[in-house]
Design a protein around this ligand. Structure first.
Ligand code: SF4
Ligand code: SF4
Length: 279
C-alpha cells in the first residue's frame, strides 16, 4: 500500500506562485484522460495561494498558505458523486473521472476546502490530480513540487517510513488545515499561521534608546515561553492559540518588573512598554 501526499511548510512559502504557474503549464489545454480533461484558460486554480494578513501597522505580517486538493481519506467529494465519478486510487490520490462526472455540478460544492472548479465548456468539475499521469509514467514529483524554489512542498509516500515526507511528518509539528471539516486530509501542513503577541521595550530614564536584551516571558494556554528583546527593543511570541488568556512579564535589572494581561481574540501589538527605574 501507499499513501502519496504532500507536506506543506507554510513557514517556507514566499508566495512566489511558481507552483500555481507550473500547475497551469501542466494542465492548461492538456488532456490526461482518464485523470483530467484540459484545464480552461480562466477560472481554475488547482493550486491556490491563500494570503493571510495578521496584525496591524507597525507590526503587520503576511503569510501564504498553498492550497491544492488535500486528497482526503473521508472525502465529501467522493460521497457526493454518482456512479463512482470521484474515487480514491489505491495510492490515496483522489481523482474526478472527467467522463463519469460530466454534468455533476454538485460535486463542486461538496468540497469544504473549495478546491473543485466547474468547467463550463466541458460541463465537468475539475481539480488537482497530484499529477497522477506523471507519477504513472515514473516521474518522481508533481510539477508544483518541482517548481517550488524554497522546499515548502514535500511529496512522497506517507506509508514508506524511509521517505522524506514520512520522516518530516514524524519529527515536525504537523497540522490539519481546518480539522473541523473532518474529511481526514492526507495533505498536511506545518506552520499554519496562528496568533502573535508583540511589543517594544523602552526605558523611562534612557529616552530615544532601544532596550535590548530585556527578558520577556509568556505564560498561559498551557505554554511557558521566554525571549529577549532585540536590538530595536522588539519582542514577539508567535504560534499562539486564538481566544486564550496570556500573561506577559517584562524583567530588567534596576527596573520595576511588569506583568501585562493579554487575550488573543486578535493578534496583539502591546506597543511601547516603558520600564520605570527603581529610585
Ligand atoms: S480537498 Fe476537497 S476535492 Fe480534495 S479530496 Fe478533500 S473534499 Fe475532495
Ligand atoms: S512555489 Fe513554493 S514558495 Fe512559491 S508559492 Fe508555491 S509553495 Fe510557496
Amino acid at each position: 500500500m501507499a499513501r502519496l501526499s504532500l507536506l506543506i511548510d507554510v513557514t517556507k512559502c514566499s508566495g512566489c506562485h511558481n507552483c500555481f504557474l507550473a500547475c497551469r503549464d501542466e494542465f492548461y489545454g492538456n488532456d490526461y484522460t482518464p485523470y483530467s480533461a484540459p484545464q480552461p484558460l480562466e477560472g481554475q486554480f488547482w493550486m491556490q495561494i491563500k494570503e493571510v494578513e495578521r496584525g496591524t501597522y507597525p507590526k503587520p505580517k503576511l503569510d501564504y498558505i498553498p492550497l491544492p486538493c488535500l486528497h482526503c481519506e473521508e472525502a465529501p467529494c467522493v460521497a457526493a458523486a454518482a456512479d463512482g465519478a470521484v474515487y480514491r486510487r489505491a495510492d490515496g490520490i483522489v481523482i474526478i473521472d472527467p467522463e463519469k462526472a460530466k454534468g455533476q455540478k454538485d460535486i463542486v460544492n461538496s468540497c469544504p476546502y473549495r478546491v473543485i472548479f466547474w468547467n463550463k465548456e466541458l460541463e465537468i468539475p475539475q481539480k488537482c490530480t497530484l499529477c497522477a499521469h506523471r507519477l504513472d509514467e515514473g516521474e518522481k514529483q508533481p510539477r508544483c513540487v518541482e517548481a517550488c524554489p524554497t522546499g515548502a512542498l514535500v511529496f512522497g509516500d506517507l506509508d514508506d517510513p524511509e521517505s522524506e515526507i514520512a520522516k518530516l511528518s514524524a519529527s515536525l509539528d504537523v497540522e490539519v488545515y481546518h480539522p473541523e471539516y473532518a474529511s481526514l486530509p492526507t495533505v498536511k501542513y506545518v506552520g499554519i499561521p496562528k496568533r502573535f503577541i508583540a511589543g517594544e521595550v523602552v526605558r523611562r530614564d534612557v529616552p530615544g534608546e532601544c532596550a535590548e536584551g530585556v527578558k520577556v516571558t509568556l505564560e498561559g494556554g498551557g505554554v511557558s515561553l521566554e525571549t529577549l528583546s532585540d536590538s530595536y527593543g522588539d519582542f514577539e511570541f508567535d504560534g499562539l492559540e486564538k481566544n486564550t488568556d496570556y500573561r506577559v512579564g517584562v524583567e530588567c535589572d534596576g527596573y520595576a518588573p511588569m506583568i501585562i494581561e493579554v487575550s488573543t481574540q486578535t493578534d496583539v501589538d502591546l506597543g511601547e512598554i516603558v520600564l520605570e527605574p527603581f529610585d
